[in-house]
Design a protein around this ligand. Structure first.
Ligand code: ADP
Ligand code: MG
Length: 588
């Protein structure tokens, strides 16, 4: 008896579909590309529950005849190529004729379509890969495809779908990429009945970028030089050296208008910024590589997300060169004008603002502490007790304060010898330990003018499910609008810290930690936020400190756990023992 079974076509198709369709964003990509291939000038995308429940794309393209509509869901049915040789001159996104058949194998489909020249269209209802209902319909010319309950019949795959927010994030990024590559098309995205993006046709890439991201980004954009070498052309827009993000999510790469993920090309862009941006900071970049179709193989990846170049090094070098030249020109131009832009070729560091004189605990500061009565129900309430914290007059106890070396190191005479303490490292450790306490115990201050943080729809979607992390660190934040957060209170020590930057950093971490398991993710982001808050709020080398403030720092450090190192592992203090000193001077 033979062991080999021939799978039924439907089972085989469900398995094969996994190559093309792994998650809702893949369906969105295929449907949007079909609409673009159909020459549409207006495309609307509706999703529900991150695309898990519904993905619907409606276009005003050429539509299909009834006969083509029935055929479109068949395996290897395409109107775009006839033989593999056609791939050398392909100008459409699709060509394999397997997207609709794959989607039909793993979801329920409704397809309505009508040709521009017809008076009547057709609606097909498709389940388990075949048409189960067909009705004549009169609608506007174009096509509308609704995909319901993705993977309803493939539980093994359904369980790998991520949270609604994560799937929405992937769809949003894909949608942004498609919008960027087709600025003459009007796109809309509606998620759970809310209009997230409305991008009417524009003529300039910069305008499309403004429609999709925050307005601040537009002010930082410089057009990418059109550098041509042979038949390769690099164009687009990148941000100048004073703008940065904490993640790579706004680096978009297109090859012949296809959005691709190419590690080497992304590195090539970053290389162009090598001496310009500090480590771990990334630009926003919208880079279009255009080259002859025979120079690039687009048929190497099942979802066409990767491409292979005939001359990869040449393309990479050209991308780096284009970015480098563009940045250089922009800086030279800004130098010619009487502005205060820092030079980045001679001095890579951003200019630091002159330090104001920070106090560890400003004398006489009125701070508000959450009510910490032992019997307080359920932890934090809005009820607050106002107390006045007067600077304690600290008397040296078992040490003598000697001085402040290079506005960095506090020098202390102790019985055992000379103790040197790095003021920043010490303060950082103190704050880090403080932020590790239950947040009810952290002194907080209600902001007289709540701080509004403006975010792009994409960044808002990233942060929304994680606002609890801020609350845990005594940063009281609430959703204020579709694209705005309102910070109402922060720990006292964070009063002078740039909150926009802090929130942007957290967006970056969340984006970069996407693949980490949930409990580790939360722990890791919390740890990072705690360390960042400590670092940002701590006094900096070069800051002026009063003797009293330094004494308070020293005394607080004495009482702090893990006081020998800062949260990054650098030592907070060094002791040169009396014995060592005597030995140096040959007194022993
Ligand atoms: P491919 O795009 O690789 O040809 P698909 O399975 O995505 O394969 O689509 C099959 C065919 O259905 C396409 O070749 C096209 O003729 C037709 N089609 C799909 N979507 C649309 C649309 N939105 N408008 C017009 N025709 C479409
Ligand atoms: Mg297609």
């Amino acid at each position: 008896m033979g062991k080999i079974n021939k799978l039924s076509p439907y089972e085989a198709q469900k398995i094969a579909a996994g190559e093309v369709i792994e998650r809702p964003a893949n369906v969105v990509k295929e449907l949007l590309e079909n609409s673009l291939d159909a020459d549409s000038s207006s495309i609307s995308l509706i999703i529900e529950d991150g695309g898990k429940h519904l993905i619907s794309v409606t276009d005003n393209g050429c539509g299909m005849s009834s006969e083509d509509a029935r055929l479109s869901i068949a395996h290897h049915a395409t109107s775009k190529i006839k033989t593999i040789d056609d791939l050398e001159h392909i100008t459409t996104f699709g060509f394999r004729g397997e997207a609709l058949s794959s989607i039909a194998a793993v979801a329920k489909l409704t397809l309505t379509t009508q040709e521009r020249t017809s008076l009547e269209g057709i609606t097909l209802t498709i389940e388990e890969g075949s048409i189960c209902k067909e009705t004549a319909s009169a609608s506007l010319a174009g096509t509308s495809i609704a995909v319901h309950d993705l993977f309803y019949n493939v539980p093994a795959r359904k369980k790998f779908l991520k949270t609604k927010e994560t799937e929405t994030r992937a769809i949003m990024q894909l949608f942004q990429a498609v919008c960027l590559a087709h600025i003459a098309v009007h796109f809309k995205l509606i998620s759970d009945s809310k209009l997230v993006y409305n991008c009417p046709a524009v003529t300039k890439l910069e305008d499309r970028i403004t429609q999709l991201f925050d307005v601040a980004l537009n002010n930082s954009l410089i057009p990418l030089n059109l550098t041509e070498k042979g038949n390769i052309c690099i164009s687009g827009a990148i941000t100048h050296h004073q703008h940065y993000r904490y993640d790579r999510n706004q680096i978009f790469l297109f090859v012949n208008r296809r959005w691709v993920k190419n590690y080497k090309l992304t590195s090539a862009i970053l290389k162009g910024y090598a001496n310009v941006l500090p480590p771990q900071k990334y630009p926003s970049a919208f880079v279009f590589v255009t080259l002859a179709p025979y120079e690039v193989d687009i048929n190497t990846h099942p979802r066409k997300e990767e491409v292979q170049f005939l001359h990869p090094r040449a393309v990479e070098q050209l991308v780096t060169q284009a970015v480098f030249d563009t940045l250089e020109k922009s800086v030279l131009a800004s130098r010619a004008q009487p502005t205060t832009m820092p030079s980045f070729f001679s001095d890579q560091q951003e200019k630091k603002p002159q330090p104001t004189i920070p106090s560890v605990f400003p004398p006489g500061t009125t701070i508000q502490l959450p009510n910490v009565q032992a019997n307080r129900p359920n932890g934090f309430t809005n009820e607050q007790t106002t107390i006045s914290l007067e600077m304690a007059s600290l008397k040296p106890k078992n040490y003598t304060f000697l001085g402040y070396l290079q506005k960095t190191f506090m020098l202390i005479e102790k019985e055992e010898g000379l103790l040197m303490i790095d003021a920043h490292a010490a303060h950082e450790r103190i704050l880090y330990e403080q932020f590790g306490h239950r947040f009810q115990e952290i002194p907080i201050v209600a902001l007289i003018f709540p701080h509004i943080i403006k975010l792009s729809p994409g960044d808002m979607n990233v942060l929304r499910p994680h606002l609890g992390i801020f609350e845990q660190h005594a940063i009281q934040v609430e959703i204020f609008g579709e694209q705005e957060l309102r910070v109402n209170a922060t720990p006292v020590s964070l009063q002078k810290v740039n909150l926009d930057d802090l929130f942007r950093q957290v967006v970056g971490w969340i984006n970069e930690h996407q693949t980490i398991e949930q409990s580790l993710f939360f722990k890791s982001i919390s740890e990072k936020l705690r360390a960042l808050m400590a670092c940002k709020a701590a006094v900096k080398a070069g800051d002026n400190l009063s003797v009293q403030e330094m004494q308070q720092l020293i005394d607080t450090l004495e009482k702090t756990g893990n006081r020998l190192t800062c949260p990054h592992g650098r030592p907070t203090s060094w002791l040169i023992s009396s014995y060592e000193l005597e030995k140096k001077f040959k007194r022993t």
